[in-house]
Design a binder for this molecule. Structure first.
Ligand code: ATP
Length: 357
């Protein structure tokens, strides 16, 4: 369909391994579709860059990214650099700098994979979690006082603005409407948190009036974890705060088989800025360099990126190839298999050629 400018930021841990694999399958797609081209620029930012330059990315990093159509991101986090430095210095700097307020996390059980839930068949778990990605508990508000003294205090203030809550709830209703079941669950903790969370409930009730076709229910976040385990079929689209959805989506990925398969998109739906696509897993220090990182999360992430770029046919084709490979039992150790990253990548490249255009 066209040519797209992609900024690749593999960053830390297994990020370079899975993004390398992802770019390989995207190159295979290019070979199959002469009308499709990705112009990829690599940015060597992350913890190694921090060790060399004292910052995770250059001061004008956002300016360097601004002109791209999408950002393909690996993972951030390093054993020897504090997590808040790596996270805020790169990933959150991009998400917040580009107002990528909607974090979208689809989860389902891919063909051939099994859920750790005993009675959960593949069709029973098919969810999209929409995470508020610009404020809430990760707004960065708060501070430390009396540093180093016994009376030291640290505050972490959750910030909920009406505009911020309304835009994510509206986005979640639209997402729910685009799916066959047209069902949205609004997750909060408004029994114990009486201010910001009650604002969420009020805004959700008001926005719901504009979406009479979407069935909506509410759940407290603690009860939601129980429902995800006991009644997965009762869930379709979920919207929750930055912190709540962060936790729920890791649980969702594990229930679908492995955190190594789950993708996410950090979207600026207005398209003023580039959106960023990344697997949901982190650096996975325990397997770095072993050649066994599951690349499926990075592949599925590439599918989301292709859809965002308007490359729907190529997105469909790549997803079909991924599902063909999981169904064939070619799996890395996190899914109980013995395949290596390169085996899964080669199998997806082969499968792509077999998927009807
Ligand atoms: P973060 O806080 O950045 O999300 P984390 O340290 O909580 O990261 P991960 O780095 O995602 O978590 O790793 C959690 C576990 O899942 C580790 O045992 C890791 O090896 C495993 N894991 C994560 N991603 C993959 C993957 N792509 N393939 C195989 N195993 C993975």
């Amino acid at each position: 369909m066209g040519s797209h400018r992609i900024a690749a930021i593999p960053a830390d841990g297994i990020g370079p391994e899975v993004i390398g694999a992802g770019l390989e399958v995207l190159r295979a797609l290019e070979r199959l579709d002469p009308g499709f081209h990705l112009d990829v620029t690599h940015f060597p930012w992350g913890s190694d860059y921090y060790r060399a330059h004292g910052v995770m990315m250059p001061e004008d990093g956002l300016d360097a990214l601004r002109g791209f159509d999408a950002i393909y991101f690996g993972a951030v986090g390093d054993k020897n650099v504090p997590d808040h430095v790596t996270l805020w210095g790169l990933r959150l700097a991009i998400c917040q700098g580009f107002d990528q307020f909607a974090n979208v996390r689809p989860t389902r059980i891919l063909p051939g994979l099994t859920s750790p839930l005993r009675d959960c068949a593949p069709g029973d778990l098919d969810w999209v979690i929409v995470r508020e990605n610009s404020e809430g508990e990760y707004a960065g508000m708060g501070g430390r006082a009396h540093r180093g003294h016994p009376i030291e205090v640290g505050t972490e203030v959750a910030v909920f603005t009406r505009a911020g809550v309304e835009r994510i709830i509206r986005f979640a209703f639209e997402t729910a409407r685009s799916r066959p079941r047209e069902h949205l669950t609004v997750v909060t903790k408004s029994n114990a948190q009486r201010h910001g969370m009650v604002l969420w409930d009020e805004v959700a009730a008001a926005v719901a009036r504009d979406f009479p076709d979407v069935a909506v229910d509410r759940e407290l976040v603690d009860a939601m974890t129980v429902r995800m385990v006991n009644k997965p079929r009762s869930i379709d689209t979920v919207v929750a705060t930055n912190l709540h959805a962060d936790i729920l989506s890791d649980l969702a990925a594990a229930l679908a088989g492995s955190i190594g398969i789950a993708p996410t998109a950090n979207l600026d739906p207005s398209r003023r800025y580039p959106s960023m696509f990344e697997p949901i897993h982190g650096s996975a220090f325990d397997i770095v360099g072993k050649g066994i990182a599951n690349p499926v999360g990075a592949f599925w992430t590439a599918v989301m990126m292709l859809d965002h770029l308007g490359e729907h046919e190529n997105a469909r084709r790549l997803m079909a190839a991924i599902e063909h490979v999981t169904a064939a039992g070619i799996r890395t150790p996190d899914l109980g298999g013995t395949a290596r990253t390169t085996d899964v990548t080669a199998a997806v490249v082969d499968a792509l050629a077999a998927v009807p255009a």
